[in-house]
Design a protein around this ligand. Structure first.
Ligand code: AMP
Ligand code: MG
Length: 249
């Protein structure tokens, strides 16, 4: 398969949207990192993401929407605390874990009863989702274990020959993944740190927890609330030099 890289334009967005609607994969820009997108409601399309990435099937995907109106069919309920977080931090680099509806295929949620939802700030991403006419499931567009891509060129290096198209929207502004926040209970729990910090959440809701596994390693038999915590991330293949010494006083 030949992988085409096309700069964002109305025509390129229309072409990418058609590919998504046809059950194909598209490398797409977002403000956090580049995503590898597929129709989130099409299980066969979603399975292609796991294949192209070499991603373990028990690591769930984040579902991206272009407006709040697209969320109700995807979830069973939106707790009050989640509504406040949406108002404060969306569109932006925050994923909310909510109870999933039957519309979300098991492959997206990796068999969990919940789904991660995000409304991205990137206008190109929202335009693509809107034009596709479906929510887009998208993990980072790297091969599993490699660093997340922040340019179309990075995506090309990992996905050349595996996907039909990459939409080039320039460098991702944020450069790190979204904060993942479990919003299913009364007190939100941060499962993956990111641009939205515990302090920012606390200011909105007055209370927040950070999952113990964010800072401490997993022990054998530990059950994680966010399956991605089990896997190695951000492993650049490069020589690392550590400078040790006293700070200048
Ligand atoms: P990535 O798309 O590669 O940034 O990874 C998304 C991460 O979000 C996963 O590795 C999980 O840790 C987390 N995640 C997605 N959906 C859920 C969910 N339903 N419950 C808990 N964590 C989730
Ligand atoms: Mg990733």
């Amino acid at each position: 398969m030949k992988t085409q890289v096309k700069p964002v334009s109305p025509e390129a967005i229309a072409e990418a949207a058609q590919l998504i609607a046809d059950g194909e994969l598209v490398g797409m820009p977002t403000e956090t990192v580049y995503g590898l997108g597929a129709n989130a409601l099409d299980e066969t399309a979603v399975k292609k993401i796991f294949e192209a990435k070499g991603r373990p099937g028990d690591n769930p995907l984040i579902v991206h929407v272009s407006s709040l109106a697209e969320i109700p069919p995807l979830v069973r309920e939106v707790p009050e605390s989640a509504k406040k977080l949406m108002e404060a931090f969306w569109p932006g680099p925050m994923t909310l874990i909510l109870p999933k509806s039957d519309r979300i295929p098991g492959a997206v949620s990796a068999g969990l009863d919940t789904v991660g939802i995000r409304l991205p700030a990137s206008e190109a991403a929202r335009a693509l989702i809107a034009a596709s006419g479906c929510p887009i499931a998208a993990p980072s567009a790297n091969r599993s274990g490699k660093p997340s891509p922040t340019t179309a060129q990075h995506v090309f290096e990992d996905m050349d020959g595996r996907i039909p198209m990459i939409l080039d929207g320039g460098a991702s502004e944020v450069g790190v993944e979204s904060s993942v926040i479990d919003a299913t209970g009364d007190v939100p729990v941060i499962l993956r740190p990111g641009g939205i910090t515990p302090e920012m959440v606390e200011r909105v809701l007055g209370d927040v927890k950070v999952d113990e596994h964010v800072m401490s390693p997993l022990a054998e038999g530990d059950i994680v609330r966010s399956p991605g915590m089990k896997y190695k991330h951000y492993a650049p293949r490069a020589k690392t030099v550590i400078f040790d010494g006293q700070a200048k006083r």
